[in-house]
Ligand binder design. Structure first.
Ligand SMILES: NC(=O)c1ccc[n+]([C@@H]2O[C@H](COP(=O)([O-])OP(=O)(O)OC[C@H]3O[C@@H](n4cnc5c(N)ncnc54)[C@H](O)[C@@H]3O)[C@@H](O)[C@H]2O)c1
Length: 426
């Protein structure tokens, strides 16, 4: 078979993979073997705004040569953005309808649209037989995360979620040390995401003044997707992180990066109980999500994770994990674990980093060689659950719990939860 024939048959496989997988249950390695080590990987881009531009300039363009990557199309519901994205990648194929990307022979699609569009686009991509790199959070809601996970399991197509910090090996290496007992019984972790915004406040943009009227080449209906049909609103389009209909704000935009680090380091899955507290304390400017927020998750292994978040002050706290035997401190170069007298128990110099180029490369290596994904769908669904539970706790004023039997969040006082560890993790 010639290279070209092979490529054609492989891509034909990818297109139909979604349809046949439910019946044939492909093991992950089978999928990986489908893309040859030297064969070009094709990528389509959905969304060409701020983060997608970063991906295109700093990952997809440089990786074309380095990783034998071929961009095939850029779609954005704002035509001028699609055209701008295609120009960055040096291609002419720009479209306004994202579904057009799914009709190409792309092996995977990058989804870099607002949170509320992630789930439908990911489901559509999997149905079209595409692998997916979806920006964080994987989805906007818990039911969406479970639907995406179900589809991912049926199709066996890979999803890499864009928490690029997972391509820093500090967290997997901390997990190994913790499993080996370096910290003794782990009971608590703390981490933060702090910023100090200027007068306009978090996620407000000057462009809203310029686009009081909707640009004629922007498809507002497609941007809204299944969100409530509201007339054009530049604040919603440019500042979507401030509104619950499209985002979870601090929690889903920022905390998901931090929580994922602790989840990986401590082998955490779904939390047992979660509280979220905060408010719209500094910028009561029409936003309906907090500008200052904190959350605490209690996990079944018997530990809490505390996350501090303020947009008013940039003084943070150490990122660390507390155990009975010692404390593990994350540092800019990796981590160090010390006992109560400050004696070093173990340390690690990181390889990799919080880097989108490495994160795409990990997906490429998964497609070619079956390398494990750094931020897969099952892990990402558990992260979505925790941050959505925190937001729901804040909104309702109740502590939320994860109902494992029914796979949903419920008010914590409506189900029985244990006060003891559910695993033997020490
Ligand atoms: N990993 C990171 O560090 C990081 C950093 C920033 C943003 N992000 C994530 O990237 C995603 C996008 O954020 P952003 O800041 O680029 O937002 P943005 O508003 O700048 O860009 C989103 C783009 O998606 C387009 N879009 C929306 N609906 C569409 C549709 N139906 N079809 C085609 N295009 C559509 C919009 O027109 C817009 O150009 C979010 O999930 C965000 O959380 C991640």
């Amino acid at each position: 078979m010639s290279d070209n024939q092979y490529a054609v048959s492989r891509r034909a496989f990818l297109r139909t993979a979604g349809a046949v997988a439910a019946a044939t249950a492909w093991p992950a390695a089978s999928y990986a073997r489908v893309i040859g080590a030297n064969e070009r990987i094709r990528v389509g881009v959905i969304g060409a705004g701020g983060m997608a531009t970063n991906h295109m300039k700093n990952a997809l363009r440089p990786l074309q040569k380095q990783n034998n990557l071929q961009p095939v199309m850029v779609a954005d519901c704002w035509k001028r953005r699609a055209a701008g994205g295609a120009k960055i990648l040096g291609i002419s194929n720009a479209q306004t309808d994202y579904r057009k990307v799914l009709d190409t022979d792309a092996d995977y699609v990058l989804i870099a649209t607002p949170e509320h569009r992630h789930a439908q686009m990911t489901l559509d991509a999997l149905d079209a037989g595409k692998a997916v790199y979806c920006e964080k959070p994987m989805t906007h809601t818990i039911p969406e995360a479970l639907a995406v996970l179900k589809k991912q399991r049926e199709t066996k197509l890979p999803i890499q979620v864009g928490v690029q910090g997972m391509s820093d090996d500090s967290y997997s290496s901390a997990a190994e040390a913790i499993r080996n007992g370096v910290l003794g019984r782990v009971v608590q972790a703390q981490i933060e995401y702090v910023r100090r915004y200027d007068k306009m406040g978090p996620w407000r943009r000057e462009e809203t003044k310029k686009y009081v009227n909707k640009p004629a080449d922007l498809n507002w209906t497609d941007w809204l997707g299944s969100a409530a049909k509201v007339p054009w609103n530049p604040h919603h389009y440019f500042e979507w992180r401030n509104y619950r209909a499209y985002s979870g704000g601090i929690c889903t935009d920022l905390f998901v990066h931090r929580l994922s680090r602790i989840m990986k380091a401590c082998d955490l899955d779904y939390p047992r109980r979660v509280v979220g507290m905060g408010g719209i304390w500094q910028w009561p400017d029409g936003r309906d999500l907090p500008d200052n927020f904190e959350m605490i998750c209690e996990y079944p292994r018997g530990m809490n994770v505390y996350i501090l978040g303020t947009m008013s002050n940039r003084v943070g706290v150490d990122h660390l994990i507390r155990g009975y035997r010692g404390t593990l401190y994350f540092t800019p170069t990796g981590w160090v674990a010390k006992d109560k007298d400050d004696k070093i128990l173990a340390e690690h110099k990181k390889t990799g980093g919080e880097d989108i180029r490495l994160h795409h490369t990990n997906l490429h290596n998964h497609l070619r060689k079956g390398e494990p994904l750094h931020c897969p769908a099952d892990f990402s669904a558990a992260a979505v659950a925790a941050v959505c539970m925190a937001n729901e706790s804040w909104r309702t004023g109740r502590m939320m719990a994860w109902d494992k039997t029914n796979q949903k969040m419920v008010p914590a006082d409506t189900i029985q939860t244990s006060h003891f560890p559910e695993t033997s993790a020490s």
